[in-house]
Design a protein around this ligand. Structure first.
Ligand SMILES: [Zn+2]
Length: 284
């Protein structure tokens, strides 16, 4: 399905996507052997698995908030060959189908600044300038993540592409935050470290119902099991700690969870079974 709509108290929540890309299955599942993960995700002949680029749009009575912007339109042929990028339907056409123009978005939140989460923050206009895609929006990014993106080490360099985030500062639309912060009534950014040191999740709540956007803390429903941590994570043991803490809260308060890279499930829940955590689809 291309988009999915939920009602969360007074809010409307939409799952939508920029498209798909492929990453190495071994890297996506870290220390978990292929004999186990291939039961959940079937790899292609190059050992890659198909991942989605899922965003969430939240409409509250006070604000329209977009979480993540996918890979975006600025990549070249070589990049697209490596990652098997398929930008169908594309973030802007998906928003349009839901009735939202780019000008309607008040806030854009990036969980972190790797290219598959913020590529659609900007686009190249007819004059060749890279400009913000959502002209009225404030872009909400953790200060520590911003600094890491400006000074990447050799291992993370290929994930941080400056054209996805530097123009936000140039055009004066960047809001750096340091730690947990309410962005609009009922929408908060919450530190969820591990994938990067200042990776953030997004907590949305209205009338006793809560949705949590996990970002790369748990990229797909196949990653819910505690050892299923990506090799891309800079601090895997922090990922583990963050997951344990948030999973307990999520179960106690029956949160709906949003998955950034799951090609099937935008949303779901986590439950405990025989001492382990597992994914549970939303009841329809
Ligand atoms: Zn990612």
């Amino acid at each position: 399905m291309t988009t999915e709509k939920l009602r969360l108290g007074d809010f409307e929540v939409y799952g939508l996507r920029d498209g798909y890309f492929f990453l190495d299955g071994g890297a996506m599942f870290g220390v978990v052997p292929r004999t186990l993960w291939e039961k959940k995700c079937v790899p292609d002949l190059k050992n890659r698995i198909k991942l989605a680029l899922n965003s969430v749009l939240v409409r509250t009575p006070k604000a329209v908030v977009l979480v993540e912007t996918g890979i975006g339109p600025k990549f070249d042929r070589k990049f697209s060959d490596i990652y098997g990028v398929d930008r169908k339907p594309g973030l802007l056409p998906s928003l349009k189908r839901l009735g939202f123009r780019p000008e309607a978005v008040d806030f854009v939140i990036n969980t972190h600044l790797h290219f598959d989460h913020c590529g659609g923050n900007t686009y190249r206009n007819k004059k060749g300038e890279v400009v913000p895609t959502f002209p009225r929006a404030r872009y909400i990014i953790q200060k520590g993540e911003w600094e890491a993106a400006l000074h990447p080490n050799e291992r993370e360099k290929s994930s941080y592409l400056a054209e996805n985030f530097l123009p936000l500062e140039t055009f004066g639309v960047l809001d750096l935050v340091d730690g947990d912060r309410e962005i609009a009534p009922g929408v908060e950014v919450v530190l969820a470290p591990g994938h990067t040191s200042r990776h953030q999740g997004v907590k949305v709540h209205s009338r006793g119902q809560t949705l949590f956007y996990l970002g790369d803390l748990v990229p797909t429903s196949a990653h819910v099991g505690l050892p299923y941590i990506m090799s891309y994570d800079l601090y895997p043991l922090n990922t583990l700690e963050t997951r344990k803490r948030l999973y307990e809260e999520a179960i106690a308060e029956n949160w709906i969870l949003a998955f950034v890279h799951d090609p099937v499930h935008y949303f779901g829940r986590i439950r405990r079974k025989n001492g382990k955590y597992e994914f549970a689809a939303l009841e329809t």
